[in-house]
Design a protein around this ligand. Structure first.
Ligand SMILES: [Zn+2]
Ligand SMILES: [Zn+2]
Length: 650
C-alpha cells in the first residue's frame, strides 16, 4: 500500500495552468485547476495509485471535456506527478564488504546461501553492481532489510561481495509459507478441478472444509490458470511445434476412428500462415457416400480470431453429420481448397472413390464456391439457406413495404420458395416482380440479392438436399467445447477429441438412403389413401410410373392450364402433384425411392402422396396404429362405408 505523504508539485502544476490560460484565454483558472484535493484525498482514502489515477482521469476528463486531447494528456501527466508518493524515507542501507573473490566463487557463494534472488543491476563508476534480495519474502511487496550485491570491479577480474549491515527481518514481514496456497489446499483444489467445477463452486466447496486457509478468488484463478496450462499444454505454440504436431498425425492410422491430419499447409513468413484439416477414416468414408456437403462460412466457431471450418453432410432423415474440421489463419479460397482437395485425394487413395459432390449448402461465400469449382471441376448447386434468405427478405419487407402489404408480400415469397423447378421459379419470380413492381425499393433489392446473386433458395433448386443449414448450425453451435481463447495446443487436443467423438457417434453403417417413416407420416398417408380422388397415370416406362394427383386446392383448375400472373401461379401451380413410383417389375423394388413434386416431399424426402399411393398400390402396409381415426374426427352415423378401391383412370 502506498501510505506516506504525497509530493505535490504545485509549482509545476501552476506553471502549466499559466500556459493553459494563455492557450485558452476565454477560460478561467478554475477550469484547469484540479486542485490538490482529488489525488491526495483518494490516496488517503486508501486507494492505490492505479485506482486513484482511474478516478482522477474521470475527474479530469469530466472537467476538461472541451480541451484538446493533448492538453488533457498533459494534465493527466501532471496529475500523475502530483500523486507520486514521497520518496520512501527508508533508512539508507549501509553496505559492508564481506568477500573478495573470483566471479565463479562469488556465484557459488550466492547460490550456496539459498537466500538470494537477483533483483536489479546498476552501473557505477567502480563497475557493475548486481543486487540480490532476500527471497524469503515475495518480490512484490515489502522487502527484507537484508540484501546483497556483487560489484564487478571495472579494472580487474575480481568480484566484491557487499552485504547490508542490517540483519534479516523477513520473519516480521511474513514468510513464504504464510501466503500463497498451501500444498494440502492445492490437493483439494486439484480434486475439485478434475470434477470440472468452476472457480466459484471450488471456493464454496473449500469453505466447507475445516482447518484450511481458503485462497482468495484471485489466488485461485491464478492457480487454476497454471493448472490448466499444465494440463492442456503451453499457452503459446510456435509454428515449428505446430508442424511437428501435424507431422505426427499425418500417417493414416489403422483404427478407423483415430483422428489424423488429412490435409495441411504451413508457411513460415512475416505473417505465418497455416491451415490443417482433421478427420477419421470412417468419416471420410461417409464423405464418399454423399453428394451434399455443408460448410459453414459464417464462422460460428472462432479460435484466436481464426475461423474454424466444419464440413459435414445431412442424411435422408435430415440429420447433420459433421465429417471434418479445419482451422486456418485465413478464410480465402485456398483455405477451402485445402479441405476439398484433401477430401478428394483421400477418397481416391483410401476408398478408390471419385468424389463428385453435387450440392453445397452454405451461406454462399464466393471463396467457397470458387474453391469447389477449382477442386471438383464443375460448379456445384449452391443451396442458399432458406432460413437465412427468408430472414433477410422479411427484414427488408418490414423496412421498405407499407404495413398493409407486408403480410401478403411475405406470403408470396413463401409461395415462390415452394417452386419445384428452375423453369417454374424463373417464370414465377418474374410474375412476382410484376405483381409488386410498385414496391420499387424492395423489388430492386429482391432482384439484385435473391434473383441475381443467390437464387437457389427455392425448393426445386437442388432436390434431395436440405432447404436450410439449420441442422448444421444446431449441431455445431451446441458444441460448446471449442472456446475462442484456448491456447493452440489445448485447442488441438480438444478438436482432436471432438472429431474422434463424431467418428464414434456417426452411424455404424453407411448413411440411410431413404427417410425413416414415422407414425405421423403413416397416418397422413393412410388418411390420404382413403380419400376419393381421381388419379391419372401420366406416363409409364420400365423403371417407374408417373401419376397425376389433384391437390386439396385443385378447385376448377385443369391440369396443364397456363398461369398468367403471380396470383394465378399460386392457384394453379399447386393444384396438381406428380408422383413417380418405381415399377414393381424388378425385384427389390423400393417405392421409397419414388418422388413427388409437392413442397412437403422437397423438404422431408417423403410425403403423404407417395406414401398414400404406395398404400393404395399395396406396395406398403401401414402399421395398425396409423389406421386409427384421428381424435376429434367424428364418426358418421350408420354403417361406415367400405374403403373404396383405388380409382385410377387410365
Ligand atoms: Zn531475509
Ligand atoms: Zn407429395
Amino acid at each position: 500500500m502506498l501510505g506516506g505523504d504525497v509530493v505535490l508539485h504545485e509549482a509545476a502544476f501552476n506553471a502549466e495552468i499559466h500556459i493553459a490560460l494563455q492557450a485558452f484565454p476565454h477560460r478561467s483558472c478554475s477550469d484547469f485547476s484540479l486542485g490538490t484535493h482529488p489525488a491526495t484525498s483518494l490516496l488517503k482514502a486508501g486507494f492505490n495509485r492505479k485506482m486513484a489515477m482511474r478516478q482522477l482521469r474521470l475527474v479530469v476528463v469530466g472537467q476538461m471535456f472541451e480541451c484538446p486531447v493533448w492538453y488533457k494528456i498533459k494534465l493527466l501527466k501532471i496529475a500523475a506527478l502530483k500523486m507520486l508518493p514521497a520518496k520512501k524515507s527508508r533508512h539508507i542501507k549501509s553496505w559492508v564488504l564481506i568477500k573478495r573473490c573470483s566471479e565463479q566463487e562469488a556465484e557459488e557463494f550466492v547460490n550456496d546461501e539459498k537466500t538470494w534472488s537477483r533483483n536489479y543491476t546498476r552501473d557505477s563508476e567502480e563497475g557493475q553492481k548486481r543486487f540480490y534480495r532476500c527471497n524469503k519474502v515475495k518480490s512484490k511487496g515489502p522487502q527484507c532489510d537484508c540484501a546483497l550485491y556483487l560489484l564487478f570491479v571495472n579494472d580487474c577480474e575480481d568480484v566484491l561481495i557487499f552485504k547490508t549491515t542490517s540483519e534479516h527481518n523477513h520473519d516480521q514481514i511474513g514468510t513464504r509459507s504464510d501466503y500463497g496456497i498451501s500444498e494440502n489446499v492445492k490437493r483439494e483444489i486439484n480434486k475439485l478441478f478434475d470434477l470440472r467445477l468452476k472457480p466459484k463452486a471450488i471456493l464454496e466447496a473449500l469453505n466447507k472444509i475445516e482447518g484450511i486457509k481458503v485462497p482468495s478468488k484471485r489466488q485461485l484463478n491464478n492457480y487454476l490458470y497454471d493448472r490448466r496450462r499444465e494440463k492442456y499444454g503451453r499457452a503459446t505454440i510456435y509454428l515449428g511445434e505446430l508442424e511437428k504436431w501435424i507431422f505426427d498425425r499425418t500417417t493414416i492410422p489403422d483404427d478407423e476412428n483415430e483422428v489424423f491430419v488429412f490435409s495441411y499447409y504451413v508457411l513460415e513468413d512475416k505473417v505465418p500462415t497455416f491451415r490443417l484439416a482433421l478427420s477419421t477414416k470412417k468419416l471420410l468414408n461417409i464423405v464418399c457416400s454423399t453428394d451434399v456437403l455443408h460448410i459453414d462460412a459464417t464462422y460460428k466457431l472462432i479460435w484466436q480470431g481464426f475461423p474454424v471450418l466444419v464440413l459435414g453432410t445431412t442424411d435422408k432423415n435430415r440429420k447433420f453429420h459433421p465429417l471434418c474440421l479445419g482451422i486456418s489463419t485465413n478464410e480465402r479460397q485456398e483455405d477451402f481448397q485445402m479441405i476439398f482437395g484433401g477430401l478428394k485425394e483421400k477418397a481416391l487413395s483410401l476408398f478408390d472413390h471419385i468424389l463428385e459432390p453435387r450440392v453445397l449448402v452454405c451461406d454462399a461465400a464466393q471463396a467457397i464456391i470458387n474453391a469447389f469449382i477449382e477442386v471438383f471441376g464443375n460448379a456445384p448447386v449452391v443451396r442458399m439457406c432458406w432460413a437465412h434468405a427468408k430472414k433477410n427478405m422479411q427484414q427488408k419487407v418490414q423496412k421498405t413495404v407499407h404495413k398493409t402489404k407486408q403480410k401478403e408480400i411475405i406470403q408470396d415469397i413463401d409461395t415462390l420458395h415452394n417452386a419445384t423447378s428452375y423453369e417454374v421459379f424463373n417464370a414465377a419470380s418474374q410474375a412476382f416482380v410484376e405483381k409488386w413492381q410498385t414496391q420499387t425499393e424492395f423489388v430492386n433489392y429482391f432482384q439484385e440479392e435473391w434473383l441475381k446473386k443467390h437464387p437457389n433458395w427455392f425448393l426445386g433448386a437442388a432436390p434431395c438436399s436440405p432447404v436450410t443449414n439449420n441442422a448444421f448450425n444446431r449441431n455445431i453451435k451446441d458444441h460448446n467445447t471449442l472456446r475462442e481463447r484456448f491456447p493452440l495446443s489445448h485447442f488441438l487436443a480438444i478438436a482432436t477429441e471432438m472429431v474422434g467423438q463424431w467418428s464414434i457417434q456417426s452411424c455404424k453403417e453407411s448413411l440411410p438412403e431413404e427417410p425413416t417413416i414415422e407414425l405421423k407420416d403413416w397416418t397422413d398417408g393412410y388418411c390420404w389413401a382413403k380419400k376419393d380422388l381421381k388419379i391419372k397415370i401420366l406416363s409409364s416406362n420400365t423403371a417407374y410410373t408417373e401419376y397425376l394427383i389433384p391437390s386439396s386446392q385443385v378447385g376448377d383448375v385443369n391440369y396443364g392450364e397456363q398461369w398468367l400472373n403471380f396470383d394465378d401461379y399460386k392457384r394453379k401451380h399447386f393444384a396438381f402433384w406428380k408422383v413417380k413410383v418405381p415399377k414393381n417389375g424388378t425385384e427389390n423394388v423400393n417405392w421409397k425411392k419414388g418422388s413427388c413434386t409437392c413442397p412437403q416431399f422437397y423438404k422431408k424426402y417423403i410425403c403423404k402422396h407417395l406414401l398414400g399411393l404406395a398404400i393404395r398400390l399395396k406396395l406398403a402396409t401401414p402399421p395398425l396404429e396409423a389406421k386409427a381415426l384421428p381424435i376429434g374426427q367424428k364418426r358418421k352415423r350408420g354403417r361406415p362405408t367400405k374403403s373404396r378401391p383405388a380409382l385410377i383412370i387410365q
